[in-house]
Write a protein of this length. Structure first.
Length: 116
């Protein structure tokens, strides 16, 4: 599997610009976070740059096809991929009382629910 087809009903829009992905990852530099949760990683364009940092990166992805892609292409995420709906997920399962940053190219249809 070398590509994942965006699913309109999930509001998916995949980040493909490497330069933009790198800049997004750099926004967390120096903020003191060691735990990072990426929401909706899709095919991992942003994930790749997050994994280059000295952070514990976890991802949450509702799309099973994207999960399979991430498992195949990003072995460093082994055990750190949550295959669930972020809006229904208990973040305490992953981070307990540890501080963490949330980052992602959020799906349009849930972005306001994530931010507010």
């Amino acid at each position: 599997m070398d590509q994942v087809k965006a699913k309109k009903h999930l509001g998916q829009h995949f980040l493909t610009d490497e330069n933009i992905a790198r800049k997004i990852a750099e926004t967390l530099s120096g903020d003191g976070y060691s735990n990072v949760l990426e929401i909706g990683p899709g095919m991992g364009v942003l994930t790749k740059y997050l994994l280059e940092k000295d952070w514990r990166v976890h991802v949450i992805e509702i799309d099973r096809e994207s999960v399979a892609y991430l498992e195949k292409h990003y072995p460093r995420l082994d055990g750190k991929i949550v295959s669930e709906d972020f809006l229904r997920y208990d973040l305490g399962k992953t981070f307990a009382d540890r501080p963490f940053a949330i980052i992602g190219n959020f799906p349009y249809n849930i972005s306001s629910q994530i931010v507010f």
